[in-house]
Design a protein around this ligand. Sequence first.
Ligand code: GLN
Length: 549
Amino acid sequence: MAKFIFVTGGVTSSLGKGIIAASLAKLLQARGLRTTIQKFDPYINVDPGTLNPYEHGECFVTEDGAETDLDLGHYERFLNIFTSQANNVTTGRIYQTVINKEREGAYLGKTVQVIPHITDEIKRRMLLLGKDDKYDVVLTEIGGTVGDIEGLPFIEAVRQLQWELPEEDCLVVHLTLIPFLRAAKELKTKPTQHSVRLLSENGVHPDILVCRTEEPLNNDIKRKIAQFCNVKTEAVIEAADASTIYEVPLMMLREKLDVIALKKMKITDYREPDLTRWKGFLDKLKYPKSKVTIGLIGKYIELQDAYKSILESFIHAGAMNECKVQVVNVHSEFINHENVSEKLDGLDGLLVAPGFGHRGIEGKIVAVKYAREQGLPFFGICLGMQMAVIEFGRNVLGLEDAHSTEMDPHNNNPVINMMEEQKKITKMGGTMRLGSYPCELKEGSLAHEIYGTSEICERHRHRYEFNNDYLEQYENAGMVASGVNPETGLVEIIELPNHPFFIGVQYHPELKSTVENPAPLFVHFISAAKKFNESRVSLKAPVLHSEMI
Ligand code: GLN
């Protein structure tokens, strides 16, 4: 059986537990240990699929079609592995399982209670990935902050496992904050002491403290934290602010977080960490040779987490091109025919983001038209691809009312239509076309050239599709369906061969982009943007000044 590391958080939320967990996992992986990470979220939604992006950021979709927390995206990007439904568990899912079992009579007349039934189900799932000898170490990030009422059953489950498992098989890492009081010019350890005390009151004692801080922690402070929180001084780890999240594994390496974890778990069979590719990526990221400006058109742009995987994919693709990608957020609700050239002026590429519902749609269509006509590199993802189809239908094919039945159900030219199997669905959660599906690429197309292969698999999350009744009309007018699902004929990719780069994809390539394997479409989109920039700069086009238009 594997060893288990639990990562809890104290003092405040947003300390970057997911990044610390992913960094520790990366270091253990680089030392030759088979490692995975899972996230346990205390909210009652069965999964984040039904959550508005404003609530919880992006919904990350795994290969097996699970709608999960965005931290799983970090795990995959750092570890270059696939996660699955088993890697993300919520309170809702735990209760659903227990209540279903109760209805089946599985508890034989017993009173079903938080302890032991809910905690038993939490523990069963915490240990699940550690079975079958697939992994040496399983990290579990516990969502929320210690002290939250809804997190208590998870902390209690960790307490029980700390007691049940051999001491060296269970490690607790607590992430906390050491605030710097400017007026007193002092780092303050009290919030951390309180947070560790709170954890201890719940019976869990941390082995390692990772301390987020804006100022370096000197040895005196480390010793003080260690003494009052009852851990070894070497187990107090400084986690300073980083210029990029991809720097954090190297910072944790310097702080010896991995060495202390290995020592406490009594793991002796490991090698020097091999981080050659990681460091190569970081070098390119830090010292770019050129710069492009990409407009991200969406309706949730106030909240950057809503487009997390897209933004990270730009970072991977930028490094691959040795190019800094500056992303300018453009709110689709405020673009119209009159202001589009002003709003998109100075951009080297345009990405129209995924989304749902009517809000901001017309602005997206206007932006696509501009990109198509101006030869501006265009990349449409999911809803972004559907907007490109509608725009082409309206402005090239002359189907003035072309639309998607998502926004206009009784339309005469439904160029984007609800998928047949979706029409009978009545429940919302987990019912879209989700997860990995194959796609066949047309020989001679740009997509084929970019992927360098004839069949790919990418991840999906949608209910609507290109209406194949219009396919011939589109292809005759120059929009090519260059990627198609081999079984159903569903159009997965559209492109315009007479344009420098105009690609729309029904799937989400951003979900498979990792540091070590950047998504090919993003890499080529940035390369096209670089070319566009070179031609634009040679024409001395004006430069954008604001981050947010
Ligand atoms: N709303 C569109 C659909 O369901 C697009 C979904 C998306 O962009 N993820 O098909």
